[in-house]
Write a protein that binds this ligand. Structure first.
Ligand code: DGT
Ligand code: CA
Ligand code: CA
Ligand code: ZN
Length: 572
């Protein structure tokens, strides 16, 4: 069981206890433990597996919590949570999933308005009965309505990176099984969509019962949904569904192609096959009854004179037009990346020092990184005043002087102030190697206001890039109102970069937005926004989204050497 999943359970317990009006200290203990587990750099399951270590040695985990976590990890279940869930009304569980509506407010709605279902809640918001309650306002009503919409999709779709953790565990589980000749993940997971509805896994085997029995033994399996001759579906503890299909070797490529999708991509493909008098399905490609190919994806596409498209672009967007014109882009790869230009250290809200971040980045093969701690306006993130920033930059100079084998750039993530303008004076910004700007505050302003703030930052001579340009959090927060067309136009004009923030819940700009930026001639910088050394690995998630956008090495700014990149942004 992953730390993220354990943290989720602890958080849910805190919510349910709070809804019941339990002792606030008890609620806080669970909430706090959830955060501690989530932020822990090593896996709880590893600690439990080592005989000379105890969970209670972790700050914030007492004897009672340690016992519950041990049960949860050991059995995949927690009787205490099940009791809590059993006595909480179903509708309240739905209410608790809405962002911006904590357990306290959910309790008020439940008791005062008799809101029992999401439909009740929607009606109560729309008839403005919610804003009459103490502690609620017109804004809360809007937040609830928007949150309900997001909660609906959040319940259905998991972040790609979370699904990736489940997928890797699944593949590792099958590794020792001799009956498996080939195994592959298909579906939206393979295409790298930012969220995944369910996992689709394909197995080539002559012993279907052995494969299915082994699948059922996966510790993360919660319920068996269906088991047939060739297909089996389960639901995992995390709520993610998994479809497993066993296919013969001669159809493995055909099935992989078919179940990778997307559905729209396959519709186009079937049409092209039909035009040539061929038939294509999950078993192979046929002329009449005659099987032509199906062992590999390559031979399926080759039968239609098509290249074997990277899974990330199989969305029926541009790929067929590119192929027809012979202009299929060579998509950017992780190995192309030379630097990471967005990360935080213990100086602001990060968990590792600049020396630790640099060492970890060097191990990953990076040639340069920028330390971009927050500026002073970000009080909640311990943002830096000009004085503290200059001190940090002196430390960076000293560090670089030790010849560490990686270049550390003096950067900053500078807030774009609510009233407009930047959070640091020009003479300070002038000393930086790398300035990225973000809107963290005033996200509820009008489209005109927010757009004007961002355009002003783009026009500022010392600014290199805009970080997470829309501010969205997938499944949790909608993007703020911003005229992206205007942002793209300005960025192109002033040779400024836009970020593809690789944090799995951000992926901001999105794939479609990155493609639009490219059409305007804007270069994209992929940054991990790491707050700890482990998160540097998120670069891979950013790369997948960049590939979905059709970006090449040339389109991604941080595939360049630092010298080339400086020229690109017109510095030095
Ligand atoms: P998801 O799970 O909602 O994130 O998205 P997918 O793309 O993984 O969709 P899923 O799991 O329903 O099906 C996996 C793939 O199987 C899908 O991308 C294309 C293929 N597929 C499934 N059902 C159909 C269908 O009715 N027609 C066609 N052409 N393809 C289908
Ligand atoms: Ca799927
Ligand atoms: Ca599926
Ligand atoms: Zn940041």
């Amino acid at each position: 069981m992953t730390n993220a999943r354990i943290a989720e359970v602890l958080d849910q317990i805190a919510d349910l206890l709070e809804f019941e009006g339990a002792n606030p200290f008890r609620v806080r203990a669970y909430r706090n433990a959830g955060r501690v587990v989530h932020d822990l750099p090593e896996a709880i399951s590893d600690i439990l597996a080592s005989p000379d270590r105890k969970l209670t040695d972790i700050d914030g985990i007492g004897a009672d919590l340690a016992e519950k976590i041990t049960t949860l990890v050991g059995t995949g279940k927690l009787p205490f949570l099940e009791e809590l869930l059993a006595r909480t009304p179903e509708s309240v569980l739905a209410l608790l999933r809405i962002a911006g509506l904590g357990p306290k407010k959910a309790a008020v709605l439940y008791k005062e308005l008799g809101v029992k279902t999401l439909a009740d809640l929607k009606a109560a918001c729309e008839s403005h009965r919610v804003q009459e309650l103490k502690g609620f306002g017109a804004k809360t009503e809007q937040i609830i309505l928007a949150g309900m919409e997001l909660a609906q999709t959040a319940a259905d779709r998991m972040l790609w990176a979370d699904a990736d953790a489940e997928a890797q565990a699944l593949l590792a589980h099958f590794k020792p099984l001799k009956a498996v000749k080939q195994i592959a993940m298909a579906g939206s997971y393979r295409r790298g969509r930012e969220t995944v509805g369910d996992l689709d896994i394909l197995v080539d085997s002559d012993d279907m019962p052995a494969v299915m029995d082994h699948f059922a033994k996966l510790p993360a399996v919660k319920t068996l949904v269906a088991r047939g001759d060739t297909k089996m579906s389960v639901r995992l503890d995390s709520g993610l569904g998994v479809d497993l299909r066993v296919v013969p070797a001669k159809s493995f490529g055909a099935a992989l192609q078919y179940f990778t999708g997307s559905k729209d991509h396959n519709v186009v493909l079937r049409g092209m096959a039909k035009d040539r008098g061929l038939k294509i399905n999950e078993y192979g490609i046929f002329r009449g009854e005659k099987y032509l190919a199906g062992k590999t994806e390559e031979e399926i596409y080759a039968a239609l004179d098509l290249p074997c498209f990277a899974p990330e672009i199989r969305e029926a967007r541009q790929e067929f037009a590119w192929a027809a014109a012979g202009e299929l882009p060579k998509l950017v790869e992780l190995a192309d990346i030379r630097g990471d230009l967005h990360m935080h250290t213990t100086e602001s809200d990060g968990n590792n020092t600049l020396e630790e971040m640099a060492a970890a980045a060097k191990t990953r093969g990076l040639k340069y990184i920028a330390i971009t701690d927050h500026s002073q306006r970000a009080t909640i993130a311990n943002g830096l005043t000009p004085e503290r920033l200059k001190k940090l930059w002196k430390r960076i100079d000293k560090f670089n002087a030790t010849d560490p084998g990686i270049l550390v750039l003096k950067g900053v993530e500078c807030d774009i102030l609510e009233k407009g303008g930047l959070d640091l004076p020009d003479d300070v910004l002038a000393e930086a190697d790398w300035v990225i700007c973000s809107v963290h505050y005033g996200q509820n302003q009008t489209r005109a206001q927010i757009t004007a703030r961002i355009l002003e930052a783009i026009e500022h001579p010392h600014v290199a890039a805009i970080a997470h340009p829309t501010g969205r959090l997938i499944n949790r927060r909608k993007p703020y109102e911003v005229d992206l067309e205007a942002v793209f136009t300005a960025a192109a004009k002033h040779h400024k970069l836009l970020e593809l923030n690789a944090t799995p819940q951000r992926l901001d700009l999105s794939d479609i937005q990155c493609a639009a930026a490219k059409r305007h001639g804007v270069k994209i910088v992929i940054g991990t926004d790491s707050h700890r050394v482990e998160s540097l690995a998120q670069m891979r998630v950013g790369i997948i989204q960049a590939r979905r956008a059709g970006l090449t090495k040339e389109d991604v700014a941080n595939t360049r050497t630092w010298g080339q990149l400086q020229k690109l942004i017109g510095k030095k």
